[in-house]
Design a protein around this ligand. Structure first.
Ligand SMILES: O=C(O)C1=C[C@@H](OP(=O)(O)O)[C@@H](O)[C@H](O)C1
Ligand SMILES: C=C(OP(=O)(O)O)C(=O)O
Length: 452
């Protein structure tokens, strides 16, 4: 149940240098999975660093509705007493996943091979998003889905009573689809095989292995072939959620475009399936350093140091990198506006089915702020104007999309005139401390619309 019922207009004004340390919240993808996997084992999983954004809180409520006990200590430690694989109870009411595609799709997968029926809904954004990409493979396990036309929420899933394991090649590059199939495979006897042609974030595979499941990934000519043995006894874990690289993107990109800035964003995971933005920014000439590069929990982690970068240049982003930076294109397009030359982004049609059509939303706002953008079905090009040359002065529609709202707030920090959004309330879905954190670095974000 998301709180963004009342729009919160926000305006970002050109600011003095951004300086200091930005402690961004926990990773959203890993937070959802910690709660869901915790609910799928018997015993207590303890989670620290959980992202307490609306999307994840909706998943916590959903896990309670399926019978898990989920509690929070005053110090922010979370405890999940799970019900075990196949142990989900039937929810007494509709499950509201708010704004969260990850939440609803992973939970549908997790319940689809249990003999329970559940009805899912979300906010106006989530209820527009395609769900057939998940219900098609879940049908192969024996689950049935009935939703609105076009495979939209609200939607009821009748879990399979006698689930069959599945071999499924994911037709779109989507970690949510891959994860839904793997979570469903947990309660199917035998081996479930998921094949993905392009690598997407691999948190589900890593965490399933960490919880004791037998899961193997082979890289073959077909792509990544992931084999999961069903009906494992998952073992509860102590999880420390790393900080979210997708949230780190905002202070990092802001520092690159605000003159004089020098910002440290500590402890950011650089899992190659997530770090594409940082590689891209460095190719554009960003002064972005990985300090204290180390390994934590088997993954590369670094403190990111971002400084004002006056000589950013547009580049062609390799399409095969898209999945590793899919949520970062909106803020990249803002940085591209302050670079010299064209930034070309291809192979990104998934951007059109996120919380909003992110190409359309960013293109409209950038054009209104004086930046030329061309776009097609799965590509867009931002024609950068260079530093000190981006007019701004526009109010943009955020379309219930946190990343659109935060991206335009970053644009306003360096544009010549303030940049507004009609509604910043969705920011709370993934980065509830965004305004305070950015203000602490020196940003000037005000609630309310700038005078015309
Ligand atoms: O699995 C996940 O945690 C996510 C996968 C991505 O979605 P898709 O699987 O639709 O690409 C991403 O956009 C989303 O923010 C989080
Ligand atoms: C696409 C996103 O999230 P979700 O699909 O979970 O709504 C996002 O956080 O950018």
């Amino acid at each position: 149940m998301s709180a963004h019922g009342t729009p919160i207009p926000m305006t970002s004004h050109k600011c003095s240098p951004l300086t200091g340390r930005a402690d961004v919240p926990g990773d959203k993808s890993i937070s959802h999975r910690s709660l869901i996997l915790g609910a799928l084992c018997v015993g207590e999983t303890v989670i620290t660093g959980l992202l307490e954004g609306e999307d994840v809180l909706d998943t916590a409520r959903a896990m309670r509705a399926f019978g898990a006990e989920v509690t929070r200590d005053d110090d922010g430690t979370w405890h999940v007493h799970g019900v075990g694989v196949g142990g989900f109870a039937e929810p007494a009411n509709v499950i509201d996943c708010g704004n969260s595609g990850t939440g609803v799709r992973l939970i549908m997968g997790a319940m689809a091979t249990s003999p329970v029926t559940a009805t899912f809904t979300g906010d106006a954004s989530l209820n527009k998003r395609p769900m057939a990409r998940v219900t098609d493979p879940l049908a192969l396990f024996g689950a049935q889905a009935v939703g609105r036309s076009g495979g939209r929420l609200p939607m009821t899933i009748v879990g399979a009573t006698d689930p069959m394991p599945v071999r499924y090649e994911v037709p779109v590059p989507s970690a949510q689809v891959k994860s839904a199939v793997l979570l469903a495979g947990l309660n199917a006897p035998g081996q479930t095989v998921v094949i993905e042609r392009e690598a997407t974030r691999d948190h589900t595979e890593r965490m399933l292995a960490g919880f004791g499941a037998e899961i193997v990934t082979e890289v073959t000519e077909e792509g990544r072939v992931i084999t999961l043995t069903g009906r494992p006894e998952l073992k509860p874990q102590s999880i420390v959620v790393p900080r979210d690289p997708s949230s780190a993107a905002f202070p990092v990109c802001a520092a690159l475009i605000v003159p004089g800035s020098d910002v440290l964003v500590p402890n950011i995971g650089l899992n190659p399936t997530r770090a594409g933005l940082f590689t891209t920014l460095r190719e554009m000439g960003a002064d972005l350093e990985y300090e204290n590069l180390r390994e934590e929990g088997g993954e590369p982690v670094a403190d990111l140091r971002a400084r004002f970068s006056p000589d950013l240049r547009g580049i062609e982003v390799p399409p095969e990198r898209a999945a590793s930076m899919i949520d970062e294109y909106p803020v990249l397009s803002v940085v591209a506006g302050f670079a010299k030359g064209a930034t070309v982004m291809r192979g990104v049609k998934e951007l059109r089915v996120k919380e909003s059509d992110r190409i359309a939303a960013m293109a409209a706002g950038l054009r209104a702020g004086g930046v030329e953008v061309e776009d097609g079905p799965d590509w867009w090009i931002v024609h950068g104007r260079g530093h000190g040359n981006v007019p701004g002065g526009q109010v943009c529609a955020s379309h219930l999309d946190h990343r659109i709202a935060m991206s335009f707030m970053v644009m306003g920090m360096a544009a010549e005139a303030p940049v507004g959004v009609d509604d910043g309330s969705p920011i709370a879905t993934s980065f509830p401390i965004f305004e305070g954190l950015m203000a602490g670095l020196g940003a000037d974000i005000r609630r309310g619309q700038a005078p015309a």
